[in-house]
Design a protein around this ligand. Structure first.
Ligand SMILES: [Zn+2]
Length: 326
C-alpha cells in the first residue's frame, strides 16, 4: 500500500493506572503524546475507545493522517484474534478490542501484549538490536517478560508465556497476590519492594528510588534490596538455562538505579550458573516508553509499512508523556 503523504500511526499502551497514547510520525518521532487514567468512569474499555477516537482527531488536527493503530495491554492477549482474554488489573475478560476499535476508527488495528511489544521495540531500536534471542523484563508493579526466541516473541499455548513474575524463587516464602508463596515479583518488582520496605519501616509512600537512596545507610533497605537482587539473579539463571538468551534487558525504575541494582543481579546469576557464563545484563534503552514504541511498530506492520532497524529510536521519544501537545 502507498501511505498518504504526512502519515502517522497511533500507539496506545494500556496500563493498570494510566493509558499512554501517542501520534508517531513516519520516521518514528513522537509528534504528540497523551496520558489519561485507565479507570475513568470505571469503564476501561470505554476509556480506551474514547482515547483512540480522540487520538485520531488530534493526529488529523496536526495535519497527519493515521494509517493504523497499535494497542497493547497486560494480561492474556490473543494477538491473532485481536482479543484481550484476561487482564486482572483492568478487569477485562474476552474483550474483542480489535473489532471495537476498528469499528470506531475505520483503521487497521494491531492488538498486542505490553511486555512482548516492549521486546519488539528493544529489538528494533533499543538494547537488543540485532539479537534474535533475548529476554526483556520490565520491573514494574509486577513482572512479565518478553521471551524472544529466534526472533519471535513467544506467546505460548495459552498466551501466558513470559509470566515470570510468578516463578517461585523462595519456596514457602511470602504471600503473592496470585495465591502462591515466594514468587519473584513479591521480592523483585518495584511494587513488591515498596510493600516489603513499608512493612519494615512503616509508612506507605516508598518507591524503588527511595529504597535505592537508603541502601547505603538503612539496614532495612539493604535487606529488601539484597533479597530483590538475589531473587532476580536466581530467576534469570533459571531462564538462562532454559532459553540461552544472548542478552537480558531490564526495564523499569529499578534498572535506572544502574550498577547499584545491576551488579548484584549479575553476581547472583554468576553464583547460580556454575558451568556456563551468564549472558550480559543491560538496562532498557526505552524505559517506561518501550511498550508504546512497540505498539507503534506493530501498527506500522499492520499497515504494511516497513520498520527498518533504528526506527523509533529512543532520542525520538519523549521520556515523560504529558498532556496533548505538539
Ligand atoms: Zn505470584
Amino acid at each position: 500500500m502507498t501511505p498518504p503523504a504526512g502519515h502517522c500511526v497511533l500507539a496506545v499502551d494500556v496500563g493498570g493506572t494510566t493509558i499512554k497514547a501517542a501520534v508517531v510520525g513516519e520516521g518514528g518521532r513522537f509528534l504528540s503524546s497523551l496520558t489519561v487514567p485507565s479507570q475513568a468512569d470505571d469503564d476501561p474499555v470505554m476509556a480506551i475507545r474514547s482515547l483512540c477516537r480522540q487520538l485520531r482527531e488530534h493526529a488529523l488536527s496536526l495535519g497527519s493522517t493515521p494509517v493504523a493503530i497499535g494497542v497493547v495491554t497486560p494480561g492474556l492477549v490473543d494477538e491473532r484474534d485481536g482479543v484481550v482474554r484476561y487482564a486482572a488489573n483492568l478487569r477485562l475478560r474476552d474483550v474483542p478490542l480489535r473489532a471495537l476499535i476498528s469499528g470506531d476508527l475505520g483503521l487497521p488495528v494491531a492488538i498486542g501484549h505490553d511486555a512482548r511489544a516492549a521486546g519488539v521495540a528493544e529489538a528494533t531500536a533499543g538494547a537488543a538490536v540485532g539479537l534474535d534471542n533475548f529476554l526483556l523484563l520490565p520491573l514494574g508493579t509486577g513482572i512479565a517478560a518478553a521471551v524472544v526466541v529466534d526472533g519471535v516473541p513467544l506467546a505460548g499455548a495459552t498466551r501466558a508465556a513470559g509470566e515470570v513474575g510468578h516463578m517461585p524463587v523462595y519456596p514457602g516464602g511470602e504471600q503473592c497476590s496470585c495465591g502462591q508463596r515466594g514468587c519473584l515479583e513479591v521480592y523483585a518488582s518495584a511494587g513488591g519492594m515498596a510493600r516489603r520496605y513499608a512493612r519494615r519501616v512503616g509508612g506507605s509512600e516508598w518507591d524503588s528510588q527511595a529504597i535505592a537512596d537508603a541502601v547505603g545507610t538503612d539496614p532495612d533497605a539493604r535487606v529488601v534490596w539484597d533479597d530483590a537482587t538475589r531473587a532476580l539473579g536466581t530467576a534469570l539463571a533459571t531462564l538462562t538455562l532454559a532459553l540461552d538468551p544472548a542478552r537480558v534487558v531490564l526495564g523499569g525504575g529499578l534498572a535506572e538505579a544502574g550498577a547499584l541494582f545491576l551488579d548484584p543481579v549479575r553476581e547472583a546469576m554468576r553464583d547460580a550458573l556454575a558451568w556456563r557464563p551468564p549472558p550480559p545484563v543491560l538496562r532498557s534503552a526505552f524505559g517506561a516508553q518501550a511498550a508504546q514504541v512497540g505498539a507503534a511498530i506493530m501498527a506500522r506492520r499492520k499497515a504494511g509499512l516497513s520498520v527498518p532497524d533504528g526506527w523509533g529510536a529512543p532520542d525520538l521519544v519523549p521520556s515523560v508523556a504529558g498532556e496533548l501537545s505538539h
